[in-house]
Write a protein that binds this ligand. Structure first.
Ligand SMILES: C=C(OP(=O)(O)O)C(=O)O
Ligand SMILES: [Mg+2]
Length: 428
C-alpha cells in the first residue's frame, strides 16, 4: 500500500528572481494532501566547477534554457519521482541524479533537480507537521547562525569603483540572533547616513549592500567601522570579506581593474595580511582564485591560524573538491550553496564532511535570490553557526532573516547563538 507520504504531484513553472530573471519553482504534493514549493536561486560570480543550471542571461519569460529546465521537471523528473516516498530524501535525489546521467546535472539542469529536491523536503516536513529545520536536522537542531551581512557591494554585484565583491558586517558580539540582526540593521542605516553625508551614492548592489565609489578595500572597511561606531555597536562587530577573486584572475595574475594595479598570488596574501592587521577581520572568502590551489596552500599556511579562510568557488559545495582541500590543507571553512551542487542530500554530505574535518560551514544565498527561505532552515538544521544572506534590507534577503527570527521565536529558550565562538581561529 502506498504511504501517505507518496509523491503524487510534481509541477514546475518559471518565476522571477531578484534580478528580474526567470528561475525555476517546483511544487511537490503528497498522497496525504501535504504540499510545498521551492524556488531556485542563481549566482553571478559562479564557480567554474558548479553544477550546471539551465539558464539564460536576462531573457525574462520564455528564456529558452529555463523553459527547458521546467519541461524537465514536468516531464522526466515528475515521471521518475512520482510514486516515491518523500520521506526518503536520498532516494528521491539519487533517482534524479541517475536519470540525469551527467556528473554536473547538465542534462536535466541543476536548477530543475534542486527545485524538486527542496520541494520534496518541504512537503515531507509539512506532512510530518514539523518545521523544516527540525525535519532536516532532527532533535538537536537549535543553533541560530551569526549573520555575515553584506553591507558594501562591489565586483560582479555592482558597477562602482570597488574590485572586491563583498564587505560584510559580522555582529558576533551579540547575545542572540535577533540582537545580531538589530546591530546589523542599525549599522546599515548608520552607513547609509554616513555615505549621504560624504556625498557618496546610497544605491545598492545585487545583495542589497550599498555600492558607493569608495577608493579601496581599506576605505570600505573603515566606512563600515565608522558606521558601527555611530550606531553604538563598534565593540560588537567585526568584518568579513568576499573579494571573489576568481573573477579577477587573468593569466596567472590578479587584475584590480577598477582601482588600477595587478598583484600576483603572494601580493594578494600580503594584502589580506595587511588588511587583517589594520581591521578586525574574522573571515576572508575566495581570497585567491578557484584554480590557484598552490597559492591557496601558502595563504592557509600564513593566515589560517588567525583567520577563517572560506572556499566558495574553490570548493563549490562539492565533496570531491572539499576532500582535496582537506588533504592539501587548503582553507579552513566552506561556503555552502545548495545550487552549486544541486540537491539537498549532496549538500548535507558536504556539510557533514566539512564538520567532521574541522572546517567551518557558512550556509549561503546566491546573488540572484527569491522569497524562498530554505537556507535559513538549513543553517539551523545543520547547527552551522554562520549564514551569509546579504544586507538586512530588500525582501529577497529579509525573507531569510525573517525566517530565522521565526525559528528563534519557535525555539524559545532552546535557541543557541554562538557569537564569536563561531570564529574560533579569529579569536586565538
Ligand atoms: C553569493 C555570492 O555571489 P554569487 O551568488 O554571484 O556567486 C558569492 O560569491 O559568495
Ligand atoms: Mg563568494
Amino acid at each position: 500500500m502506498p504511504a501517505m507520504t507518496t509523491i503524487v504531484h510534481v509541477h514546475g513553472r518559471q518565476v522571477l528572481d531578484s534580478r528580474g530573471n526567470p528561475t525555476v519553482e517546483v511544487e511537490v504534493g503528497l498522497d496525504s494532501g501535504a504540499f510545498a514549493s521551492a524556488a531556485v536561486p542563481s549566482g553571478a560570480s559562479t564557480g567554474e566547477h558548479e553544477a550546471v543550471e539551465l539558464r539564460d542571461g536576462g531573457e525574462a519569460w520564455g528564456g529558452k534554457a529555463v523553459a527547458r529546465a521546467v519541461d524537465h521537471v514536468n516531464g522526466e523528473i515528475a515521471d521518475r519521482i512520482t510514486g516515491l516516498d518523500a520521506r526518503d530524501q536520498r532516494a528521491v535525489d539519487l533517482a534524479m541524479i541517475e536519470i540525469d546521467g551527467t556528473a554536473t546535472k547538465a542534462r536535466l539542469g541543476a536548477n530543475a533537480i534542486l527545485g524538486a529536491s527542496l520541494a520534496t523536503a518541504k512537503a515531507a516536513a509539512a506532512d510530518a507537521g514539523v518545521p523544516l529545520y527540525r525535519w532536516i536536522g532532527g532533535a538537536n537542531a537549535h543553533v541560530l547562525p551569526v549573520p555575515l551581512m553584506n553591507v558594501v557591494n562591489g565586483g560582479a554585484h555592482a558597477q562602482n569603483s570597488l574590485d572586491f565583491q563583498e564587505f560584510m558586517l559580522v555582529p558576533g558580539g551579540a547575545e542572540t540572533f535577533s540582537e545580531a540582526l538589530r546591530i546589523g540593521v542599525e549599522t546599515y542605516h548608520a552607513l547609509e547616513a554616513l555615505l549621504k553625508e560624504r556625498g557618496l551614492s546610497t544605491s545598492v548592489g545585487d545583495e542589497g549592500g550599498f555600492a558607493p565609489d569608495l577608493g579601496s578595500a581599506y576605505d570600505a572597511c573603515a566606512a563600515i567601522l565608522d558606521a558601527a561606531e555611530r550606531a553604538g555597536h563598534r565593540d560588537k562587530v567585526a568584518i568579513a570579506l568576499d573579494p571573489a577573486t576568481s573573477e579577477l584572475f587573468h593569466d596567472g595574475a590578479y587584475v584590480l581593474e577598477r582601482q588600477g594595479g595587478t598583484l600576483d598570488g603572494n601580493g594578494m596574501i600580503d594584502l589580506w595580511a595587511d588588511l587583517a592587521d589594520r581591521f578586525p577581520i574574522v573571515s576572508i572568502e575566495d581570497g585567491l582564485a578557484e584554480n590557484d590551489w598552490a597559492t591557496w596552500q601558502t595563504l592557509t599556511d600564513r593566515l589560517g591560524g588567525r583567520l577563517q579562510l572560506v572556499g566558495d568557488d574553490l570548493f563549490v559545495t562539492n565533496v570531491e573538491f572539499l576532500r582535496r582541500g582537506i588533504a592539501e590543507k587548503v582553507g579552513n571553512a566552506i561556503l555552502v550553496k545548495v545550487n552549486q551542487i544541486g540537491s539537498l542530500s549532496e549538500t548535507l554530505d558536504t556539510i557533514e564532511l566539512a564538520q567532521r574535518n574541522g572546517y567551518a560551514t557558512i550556509i549561503s544565498h546566491r546573488s540572484g535570490e527569491t522569497e524562498d527561505a530554505t537556507i535559513a532552515d538549513l543553517a539551523v538544521a545543520t547547527n552551522s553557526g554562520q549564514i551569509k544572506t546579504g544586507a538586512p534590507a530588500r525582501s529577497d534577503r529579509t525573507a531569510k532573516y525573517n525566517q530565522l527570527l521565526r525559528i528563534e521565536d519557535q525555539l524559545g529558550a532552546q535557541a543557541a547563538f554562538p557569537g564569536w565562538d563561531a570564529f574560533p581561529r579569529a579569536r586565538s
